[in-house]
Design a protein around this ligand. Structure first.
Ligand code: PAZ
Length: 306
């Protein structure tokens, strides 16, 4: 694993272009965190979706990791309405990819009015979701920060983890982060037009250890391990837990991720969380159980440190 020191991580991140709205996002996150710290509220910082790796500076083409963003989005909802936690549920800071999936969800909500204008649909099915979303936003319980590329993601990951570094914070890393990238200095400025294309990608330095060792040492860090071969899942997740020192690793395989996950915790037997077909049919989601377990364990963690 290409691990790096905090200094190397700083250098790597500084070599990447910053998202255009970084300063505004920093201001928003600072306000959100300060407000909830004053109230003594818990925070969950959730990352969600894939991280696009651009091939050109003026990006026409890119590579992406598989992720629909649904794990992060549903988990954020569950953190907000977590019925399994006895105390106040955490407020949410959601770092979410601005991917095609999200765009297409949004365009599904659009319809053309009789006057020909494109307007948000008032279809019954989405009314409760939208109104819940509006309430959550207006109560300042949710702050959304959008990103597209790997470059944006690592800048925000560093910024936000440092700002939420507190025992009351859960850092919940559900985004699917690329292991490879093209360094900006090797990228074509404009659209590549060569007759054939050979790509040489560099390994992205492993930032997972830095997240809790340097940027967020007080936070409760939960990372995800994705494999496609279930035979190696548990062992690799346990290795990741040992290697990075996170509080929890959630292990999932691509094909069964919506119905089964493993919770891997230091010095403990792994716990399997399953969503039965009957529960799924009734509209149940595995994230409800998963987030409940995370909140319960975070409560134990806080009490242990307090
Ligand atoms: O976004 P999604 O719901 O389609 O999938 C979720 C997931 C598989 C990306 C997530 O559970 C996960 O494992 N994230 C970490 C992936 C990684 O190992 O980089």
């Amino acid at each position: 694993m290409a691990d790096c020191s905090a200094l190397e991580a700083e250098g790597f991140i500084a070599s990447l272009p910053r998202p255009g709205d970084f300063d505004k996002a920093r201001e928003n996150v600072e306000h959100f965190v300060a407000h909830h710290a004053k109230e003594g509220n818990k925070l969950a910082f959730v990352t969600s979706g894939g991280t696009m790796v651009p091939l050109e500076m003026n990006t026409v083409r890119y590579l992406d990791n598989f992720s629909t963003g649904s794990r992060g989005a549903i988990s954020a909802e569950q953190f907000i309405s977590n019925g399994l936690c006895s105390d106040i549920p955490p407020q949410i800071l959601l770092l979410v990819t601005l991917s095609q999936n999200i765009d297409s969800t949004q365009t599904d909500l659009l319809e053309v009015s009789p006057s020909g204008d494109v307007v948000m649909t008032t279809r019954e099915a989405i009314k409760p979701v939208l109104s819940k979303y509006k309430i959550v936003l207006s109560c300042n319980k949710l702050l959304l920060i959008g990103y597209s590329s790997l470059f944006d993601y690592v800048h925000y990951l560093q910024l936000i983890t440092k700002l939420v570094n507190n025992i009351n914070s859960i850092v919940f890393l559900a985004a699917a982060v690329s292991d490879y990238y093209i360094p900006p200095e090797d990228m074509s400025e404009h659209k590549i037009s060569s007759p054939s294309l050979k790509l040489e990608l560099q390994k992205v330095p492993k930032l997972l250890g830095i997240v809790n060792n340097d940027w967020g040492p007080l936070a409760y860090v939960v990372s995800f391990k994705l494999e496609t071969d279930s035979a190696v899942l548990s062992e690799r997740a346990r290795n990741a837990l040992r290697h990075y020192g996170h509080q929890l690793v959630i292990a999932n395989t691509l094909s069964t991720r919506k119905s089964q996950v493993l919770i891997i915790e230091r010095d403990k037997e792994e716990v399997s969380i399953v969503l039965s077909p009957e529960e799924a049919e009734k509209g149940g989601v595995i994230e409800e159980k998963l987030v409940g377990q995370v909140c319960k364990r975070h409560g134990i963690y806080i009490n242990g440190l307090g």
